[in-house]
Design a protein. Structure first.
Length: 105
């Protein structure tokens, strides 16, 4: 299996995740609840992968859960500016863009 990177578009109660391989192809994408159980179940499938999350007000809890399974990087707000300013904006695209930030972090 190719190396994967996970992008999480974090919201208050859920996160939209996009898992991409090293070629940038989507392996999985879905919405998961921001509960310890849901995050653990998801992250355990990708143990050892890299994950990129936005620096939002509630990122810390998600970071703390994920770091037990994957290498978590926090996306600097300046680098996520492209997401905020995008004309076409949705959770799916935002998560995929975060997953592809792995090269720039």
């Amino acid at each position: 299996m190719l190396a994967v990177c996970i992008g999480l578009d974090v919201h208050k109660r859920y996160s939209y995740v996009a898992v991409v391989d090293e070629l940038g192809e989507i392996v999985e994408e879905k919405r998961i609840e921001n509960t310890k159980e849901s995050l653990q179940k998801f992250a355990s499938k990708y143990k050892g992968a890299k994950a990129v999350i936005e620096a939002t007000s509630n990122y810390r809890f998600i970071y703390d859960v994920l770091e037990n399974y994957v290498e978590v990087k926090l996306a600097h707000p300046y680098k996520t500016r492209a997401i905020a300013e995008a004309r076409i904006k949705n959770d799916r695209l935002d998560a995929k863009m975060l997953a592809n930030f792995k090269q720039t972090l």
